[in-house]
Design a protein around this ligand. Structure first.
Ligand code: SF4
Ligand code: SF4
Length: 92
């Protein structure tokens, strides 16, 4: 049970220090989650801290490939507009 960081990550470092398990590390081309350390924050926080602070939509997914911050969730851009301009992306 672990979250993963996707290619949408912009390497901003915001999630690194909020992880209670030091599970996030710098890599190329983007940061990654050590799935042996990630607990999805269970027992430490009510929500995954990396996803709570991440400023980028679609950068973090759960083990089923669902976006923690799906398209439009942070920007407020309506889904129909995202689709209209080719910015919509389905979860895995
Ligand atoms: S869900 Fe929690 S434990 Fe897992 S990488 Fe994110 S901040 Fe760390
Ligand atoms: S906060 Fe989001 S965009 Fe920033 S490094 Fe972490 S996953 Fe990448």
């Amino acid at each position: 049970m672990a979250l993963q960081i996707t290619e949408s990550c912009v390497n901003c470092w915001a999630c690194v220090d909020v992880c209670p398990n030091e599970a996030i590390y710098q890599d190329t081309p983007h940061f990654l989650v050590d799935d042996s350390k990630c607990t999805e924050c269970l027992g430490d926080h009510s929500v995954p801290q990396c996803a709570a602070i991440c400023p980028i939509e679609m950068a973090i997914v759960d083990e089923l490939g669902a976006f923690l911050n799906p398209p439009g969730s942070l920007t407020g851009i309506p889904i129909e507009k995202l689709k209209q301009f080719g910015l919509w992306k389905e979860a895995a």
